[in-house]
Ligand binder design. Structure first.
Ligand code: TYD
Ligand code: MG
Length: 417
């Protein structure tokens, strides 16, 4: 005889606590208007989607030495004095952090510091201190007694992060977790935490260069691919509010292989220079070296150029570089890459006041991309007077001071040049 449902052990738990789990209609749930907290660093607020959301967990990843600790120390110092914060350092001693704060010219008055790596002790201290913003630098140094494995292992990093995430949600504290991108396998990289946190920011750009780009690769509270742009100098990271100009190396004379494209990362249009160098290859297999863009994409564009443009490069080495160390992931870069390669191959420069964007399809068609008018207006603002863009991206009223050429096929582009 089958047992009644309430006796079934699978239901016993629910039957024993009537009314605990409440199902509600979505329409009855009022969206909570979370007041965001501005960090005082505009570019950081921008990548976060407009400031800090209480109870959210933000992972900041990047190569060692790229500026993670610097940025967060500056951010805590820039918070309004009534917003309490705590910087937990597992990497540097309090003296080192103090020295850095002094070098950066930060006001140490309301900076609170803790050197602790055992997560239970850390949370006990945080619970006493009750900061509204907590920085844990880095998550790879933190460990929990619950596990036997060494600090920095995948299990330790996950479990410690899980405890910190739980704390953030319970207390409404904003938690920043710093994660080093690591090359060796023994230390877990920030990747293993991406699914647990609300927002993931990564530093781009090379540590040797001057510019630092922080990109939101995941954000429950804002646009992904949003960029924050900074320059690293003696005073730490300085924000660059109008970054278009820094990714251009304006040439006085037109040079072959250089094309300016209007990209849109996140919600902001950005002018970026794409450079290509095509050189006759010496080896049997020619080199395809893209920096700042996808390798497969470059190979595809070269194939399209061959099939639909009649330009063969199988005996040529092709190098492509996106200036400024920024990575361009969107397909709108296709047309710029293709034109840069062609320009270098033929040794013929394109006009210095020309800007392009558009996706290139396998059939040789030029496809529209989102945000056409913003891209064109940004270019016009920076003095560009000519544009080659997909037909559907041409604004109805045109763009003031700009000659916009609409193209639908690769063949039309080649004719235009
Ligand atoms: P840091 O924030 O320590 O990097 P991370 O925490 O990501 O490992 O950045 C250190 C680098 O930044 C180091 O190479 C020195 C440089 N730096 C400056 O150029 N200017 C400065 O004012 C500071 C504090 C650091
Ligand atoms: Mg650091």
């Amino acid at each position: 005889m089958p047992s009644p449902p309430s006796r079934n052990p699978r239901f016993a738990g629910y039957a024993g606590r009537p009314g605990r789990a409440q199902v509600q209609a979505l329409a009855d749930v009022a969206p909570e208007q979370q007041a965001r907290l501005a960090t005082g660093i505009g570019e950081l607020d921008r990548v976060l989607g407009g400031g800090l959301v209480p109870g959210s967990v933000v992972l900041i990843g990047g190569d060692p030495g790229i500026g993670k600790s610097t940025l967060l120390l500056q951010a805590l110092a820039a918070l309004p004095p009534e917003t309490s914060s705590l910087y937990v350092s597992g990497e540097e001693s309090p003296q080192q952090v103090s020295l850095r704060a002094r070098r950066l010219g930060l006001n140490p008055a309301h900076l609170r510091l803790l050197a602790e790596t055992r997560v239970e002790d850390l949370l006990a201290a945080v619970d006493r201190e009750r900061p509204r913003v907590l920085v844990v630098d880095s998550i790879q140094t933190v460990y929990t007694d619950l596990l036997q494995s060494a600090p920095g292992s995948v299990a330790q990093v996950r479990e410690s992060a899980a405890q910190l995430v739980r704390y953030a949600k319970q207390s409404g504290t904003v938690v920043f977790l710093v994660g080093h991108v690591t090359r060796e396998g023994t230390i877990a990289g920030p990747r293993v935490l991406e699914h647990m946190v609300d927002t993931v920011l990564y530093f781009e750009g090379d540590p040797g260069g001057r510019f630092r780009v922080v990109r939101a690769v995941k954000n429950r509270f804002g646009a992904v691919n949003e960029l924050g742009v900074f320059a690293m100098g003696d005073g730490g990271l300085r924000e660059i509010g109008n970054p278009s100009a820094i990714f251009l190396s304006r040439h006085d004379e037109p040079v072959p292989g250089s094309v300016i494209m209007a990209t849109r990362e996140g919600t902001r249009p950005l002018l970026v220079e794409v450079q290509a160098l095509v050189d006759s290859g010496r080896s049997a297999s020619p080199r395809r070296v893209p920096l700042g863009m996808d390798q497969g994409r470059l190979a595809m564009l070269l194939a399209v150029l061959h099939r639909h443009g009649g330009v063969a490069m199988y005996d040529q080495d092709v190098y492509v570089n996106v200036v400024g160390g920024v990575r361009v992931g969107e397909t709108a870069a296709d047309l710029a890459v293709l034109l840069a390669v062609l320009s270098s191959f033929r040794g013929r420069p394109l006009p210095v006041d020309l800007v392009v964007f558009g996706e290139v399809g396998l059939a040789g068609e030029i496809r529209p991309v989102p945000g056409g008018p913003e891209r064109l207006h940004e270019a016009a603002k920076h003095g560009f007077r000519r544009a080659i863009v997909p037909r559907a991206n041409v604004p109805k009223g045109g763009v003031r001071g700009m000659e916009v050429h609409a193209v639908q096929r690769l063949s039309e582009v080649l004719e235009r040049l």
